[in-house]
Design a protein around this ligand. Sequence first.
Ligand code: C2E
Ligand code: MG
Ligand code: MG
Ligand code: MG
Length: 278
Amino acid sequence: EVKTQGRHGYCFYAPEMSQRSVASQRIENVLRHALVHGELSLQYQPKVDARLGHIVGAEALLRLQVDGQDLFVPDQFIPVAEDTGLIVSIGTWVLREACLQARRWQREGRAIPVSVNVSPLQFQYAGFYERLDSILNETGLDPSLLELELTERTMMTGGDGTIRLLRRIRQRGVRLSLDDFGTGYSSLSYLKHFPVDALKIDRAFVRDITQDAETAAITSAIIAMARSLNKDVIAEGVETEVQSAFLREAGCSQMQGFLFGAPMPAESLEQRLAEQTA
Ligand code: C2E
Ligand code: MG
Ligand code: MG
Ligand code: MG
């Protein structure tokens, strides 16, 4: 519970309790409330084909909004959800909601793959596979329309068990991608051990490619190597035409970023899909 001021205005928390833990207590309460009262929602950010520019997928991103206003952003509440274990139930909600949406699009003849971010704790929690399997069965979504985005941190922990789980998920027909590539342990040689379909180049690289020759060289090398391993390469956080042109030249197959569309409500993405078919 939040340690608010007592009846006589005293604070009950110990002085050594940091501001940060008070803030995260508050976020924890807001999250618990949101989970019960249906205040969590998803937005969808388009992924576009690097050459043709049309939408080829969407990433589901969690929002904690009241009346359209963000109470907190994911970089604030996801760490709290992980620390408190709430990520397991929140993550299940996200997975089901995204699968339901993807299933709706599939039914309407606008099937696009939807990606869902999975955090380390959620992934390592016993029964992740069973839960995923039952959500796929329950929603009837074609598994090839689901992609899980995992970070290197998730893949590096857990050893052989993790690799086996990744294989199992892939055998179920679900795609896997390595998110925020380049920010973690990032040993390129590890890449061949991870059974992933795609690699997402982190925004930090994309931001600097036009400013810094070394970043540009590293980014090109990552793209070339990923392609030689038969993995799709997606660039995140593409904001300018110059970045986009560089990445396309370097062989990136898909892009995501404000240049092509910020995360948006499902209906707005639907609108975009309708416009592109017309
Ligand atoms: P991520 O998965 O790497 O998602 C990309 C983030 O970059 C999103 O922030 C997106 O809104 C933002 N972004 C996209 N294009 C641009 C751009 O052109 N410029 C800039 N500056 N930013 C861009 P968001 O939605 O705030 O999410 C932040 C992180 O929180 C995500 O990073 C992901 O790690 C985590 N997250 C979000 N939703 C979920 C979820 O449902 N489950 C889990 N476990 N994590 C989530
Ligand atoms: Mg992601
Ligand atoms: Mg990312
Ligand atoms: Mg990120």
